[in-house]
Design a binder for this molecule. Structure first.
Ligand SMILES: [Zn+2]
Length: 244
């Protein structure tokens, strides 16, 4: 368990930063979506925000939503699963995992031994606006039931990152139909955060080969479908006119 490699994709990190910093008076939480390529690696590619109840020192997610999200990911064969959870410790620091956090984490590890629990304290980030001020720790529970603070790394491969952002559109559609709460779309603020994490301008990459083209393809397919429907309608109409 100790030698597990935790890789966080920039988009997933940017979304967690936006979500946790959206409320520094209340704990917030969400699910980690990702892949487990082998027993010793876990990749966090996205997040899902579901229904939750939070106070300044506590947060609980609704179990039904977890089941719904897992079901939809499987149905759509997205090759991704829920790989853990994240929650915020506003103003308290991410350097500890409470007794409640341990028991929650144990449930995730029961279903997926590699599952990880991320804790984020957005307070310093909210003050400075600098991503490096985000306090983030990755946790697991060992065989003895103690919390273990584990190292993690942010994915630096920009090609993989861009691909992940493109796949996001499909994933978002699937997740949005599973849970009613907001799943972050790629707003300009989020794109800026991803650019900062990646240390590059993603806007150009997305515009040249990415999201804009994908949107064009979607629009074109809608247009073709509309033309086909119109064509069928005209044929039926012509038949009716000719037979009268
Ligand atoms: Zn906690």
């Amino acid at each position: 368990m100790d030698d597990i490699e935790i890789i966080i994709y920039p988009m997933a990190l940017a979304k967690m930063i936006q979500h946790t910093s959206s409320n520094i008076h209340k704990e917030v939480a969400g699910y980690l979506i990702g892949k487990v390529p082998n027993d010793h690696t876990i990749e966090i590619t996205d997040i899902a925000i579901a229904r939750q109840e939070g106070t300044s020192v506590h947060v609980t997610l609704k179990d039904e939503d977890q089941a719904l999200i897992a079901e939809r990911l499987e149905q759509e064969q997205l090759d991704e699963v829920i790989v853990g959870w994240y929650h915020s410790h506003p103003k308290m620091g991410a350097h500890f995992f409470s007794a409640t956090d341990i028991s929650t984490q144990k449930r995730y590890q029961y279903f997926l031994p590699q599952a990880v629990g991320l804790v984020l304290d957005p307070y310093q980030y909210v003050l400075s606006g600098q991503i490096r001020d985000m306090d983030i720790h990755a946790w697991k529970v060992d065989e003895k039931g103690s919390a273990k603070d584990l190292p993690y790394r942010i994915l630096e491969d920009s090609n993989k990152s861009i691909l992940n952002i493109l796949e996001h559109l499909k994933r978002q559609k699937v997740l949005e139909s599973a849970v009613t709460q907001i799943i972050y779309s790629l707003n300009p603020k989020l794109e800026q955060s991803i650019s900062e994490i990646l240390g590059m301008n993603i806007e150009g990459a997305l515009t040249s080969g990415g999201i804009l083209n994908l949107r064009k393809v979607v629009l074109l397919s809608i247009l073709i479908q509309a033309l086909v429907i119109l064509g069928v309608f005209l044929i039926v109409w012509a038949i009716i006119i000719l037979t009268i």
